[in-house]
Design a protein. Structure first.
Length: 159
């Protein structure tokens, strides 16, 4: 099962035949195991990782450190659930260290991200502080390297 999960995480577009050849499982075992993993919620979904810079879509991605006051019964879970319900939130993690939650969001502009933090996230009951970090350039995500575009040749004319 672990080998199949690793193969799918690296490239979920592989066919069951390719997965069978790489995992040592029969074709039927791959199909049965993949279905079971989906049914049990081990595999949550399949996603393409897109280099939006190459697709010419302007977007801003931010990592937000969030400090919260944990609830007496639910700890961090209740406040985390309130935050991850927002459509802007792409990923969210409980952290150890100087802050409690990491929230990854995307927006069209810096202003859009700032408005989300200032008007929706920071005012939530239980949130005691935030620090926003803007991602300037992606080098690698989910084992995939973002390759820079080859520079275009420029013609210089000297007079």
């Amino acid at each position: 099962m672990e080998k199949l999960l690793e193969l799918l995480e690296r490239d979920c577009t592989q066919t069951p035949e390719q997965l069978s050849a790489q995992s040592g499982l029969t074709l039927e075992e791959v199909r049965r195991e993949q279905k079971r993993l989906e049914d049990e919620g081990v595999i949550l979904g399949y996603k393409a990782i897109v280099d939006w810079d190459r697709a010419s879509r302007e977007a801003v991605t931010a990592l937000i450190e969030v400090k919260v006051t944990p609830q007496s019964i639910d700890g961090f879970d209740r406040i985390a659930e309130r935050i991850y319900q927002y459509d802007e939130v792409e990923s969210m993690y409980l952290m150890s260290g100087s802050f409690d939650l990491t929230v990854i969001i995307s927006g069209r502009t810096l202003r859009e991200v700032a408005q989300f933090v200032g008007e929706r996230l920071a005012p939530l009951e239980g949130v005691t502080g935030t620090a926003t970090h803007f991602i300037l350039k992606k080098y690698k995500e989910k084992h995939l390297v973002f390759r820079p575009e080859k520079p275009q040749e420029r013609e210089f004319i000297f007079t």
